[in-house]
Design a protein around this ligand. Structure first.
Ligand code: P5A
Length: 445
């Protein structure tokens, strides 16, 4: 993309309404614009990151054997009356009446709708196990929407639902989700720690939240510092293996790690004092096992091996996709702007033309641009007439991990400058070497 043809409305001033870095930087970098309280338009740069996260989530869900689909945002109140949650959900549910006077709602989650789909089409235990998921906009009329996309009213969530014959099978699905979530967050450059939590309006006893540690996080968390030493890394996993998934679950949940809702001082006191941590975190996902809560209420049964009807065991599993954009920025920024991890960056490399209009500089920039594009990378070329200082400030603000600076002086010596956004270090090299270096970095991501 050429910056002169793009839509990147960066702000020079720090917006006064933004209290935390990610909100400030998303507004300043022209990623989002508030439409009304807790509701945002995703401008091109923000939309690009959102799509990247969505793709990573899809890839990891499909790898785990889960089946993608899409349900609508608007739901009929009748389904929620069946489960008993229409009244229980309270004022967070946005209730709407259509022209026929039917009660509708903007879905805050989809347990009822998916259970209805399941009961309409699945009759036999032979069709289990089954996990369906979608990535769709949700609405929760939060009393205090704040921090930009972190606590929105409209937000983008991946929500998945497993259907199993037995509790054991459903717990395997729970563990499988835990593993796939660890992989998903690591690909986004984040450490998200599973912590024992409270199930709230979703229900059930078994639930873990995934938390990214950050001072600006809304949840208070208590943990054994040893947990922060764990990474999933690039290990191979067979998602069908009950033992392998169980082992990962035990490895990542055996140390003390709880949100304030389930925190227990007495148990925490058993952790050696020097490893006890009290901190704050951003909740970027949550997994639940709730057994037959919805299948009992809504009559979702299958014919079991003995021919008798059995209520299916279920769980649901959510990832806050739009919140993750903010969480990644909270974990990756400095006073100049965002620093995208390579796996989620909106453009792979920024090319800064120091002298747009100079035939040689223009030609060198075009050559770099074409070479990256041919290699399947996505460059952003600043071909505008702004002064160099302004161009660098914009590149630092929008946080592309790599910048190539092209100017007549360097070109005379056959070199361009390659700068890492994270370290700030620059290196001069030939354009060919720059292409090779950056292509190799992304081939390893
Ligand atoms: C699991 C999937 C559920 O709704 N039902 C379907 C279950 N879980 S949850 O924990 O309530 O939400 C899942 C994730 O969505 C994100 N999230 C939000 N993101 C932005 N703004 C909000 N207001 C908001 N509310 C929830 C969180 O990341 C949460 O973990």
């Amino acid at each position: 993309m050429r910056l002169s043809r793009y839509f990147l409305p960066v702000l020079k001033e720090t917006p006064s309404e933004a209290q935390i870095a990610s909100h400030r930087l998303m507004l300043r970098a022209g990623m989002i614009k508030q439409a009304s309280a807790g509701i945002y338009s995703w401008l091109p740069l923000g939309f690009k990151v959102l799509r990247k996260l969505e793709n990573i989530v899809h890839e990891e869900q499909i790898r785990a054997g889960h089946v993608p689909m899409l349900m609508p945002t608007l739901q009929s109140a009748d389904l929620w009356r069946e489960s008993g949650r229409y009244d229980a959900y309270g004022p967070e549910m946005l209730r709407i009446r259509d022209r026929q006077d039917r009660d509708m709602l903007y879905g805050p989650t989809n347990e009822e709708m998916i259970t209805d789909i399941f009961r309409s089409h699945v009759n036999s235990y032979k069709d289990l196990p089954l996990t369906l998921y979608h990535i769709q906009w949700k609405f929760r009329d939060e009393i205090r929407p704040r921090f930009g996309v972190m606590r929105g009213r409209e937000f983008f969530m991946k929500d998945g639902y497993n259907f199993d014959l037995t509790k054991e099978d459903a717990l395997h699905a729970y563990n499988r989700h835990l593993v796939s979530y660890l992989r998903t967050y690591e690909r986004m450059g984040l450490q998200a720690i599973p912590m024992r939590a409270d199930s709230g309006p979703i229900g059930g006893d078994d639930t873990h939240e995934f938390l990214v540690l950050a001072e600006t996080g809304e949840s208070e968390v208590f943990y054994d510092s040893q947990i922060t030493e764990l990474t999933f890394g690039d290990r191979e996993i067979d998602y069908n293996s009950v033992e392998q998934c169980q082992a990962v679950m035990e490895e990542f949940t055996s140390r003390y790690a709880r949100t304030d809702e389930t925190h227990d001082e007495a148990v925490f006191a058993e952790v050696p004092e020097e490893r006890r941590r009290v901190a704050r975190g951003i909740e970027v996902g949550q997994i639940f096992y709730f057994g037959t809560k919805y299948s009992d209420a809504m009559g979702a049964t299958v014919q079991g091996p003995d021919g008798k009807p059995v209520a299916v065991h279920m769980g649901s599993h959510g990832i806050g996709v739009s919140r993750l954009v903010g969480a990644i920025i909270e974990a990756n920024h400095d006073d100049k702007g965002i620093i995208w991890p390579e796996g989620v960056t909106p453009f792979h490399v920024g090319i800064v033309n120091l002298k747009a209009g100079d035939a040689e500089a223009d030609a060198a920039c075009d050559a770099l641009y074409n070479a990256f594009t041919a290699k399947g990378l996505d460059p952003l070329l600043d071909d505008t007439n702004e002064r160099a200082g302004g161009k660098f400030a914009t590149m630092d603000l929008i946080g592309l991990p790599w910048r190539i600076t092209v100017g007549p002086r360097g070109l005379k010596n056959g070199v361009v400058e390659v700068t890492s956004r994270r370290t700030g270090e620059s290196e001069e090299m030939s354009p060919e070497a720059a292409i090779e270096k950056i292509t190799a970095i992304y081939a390893a991501v």
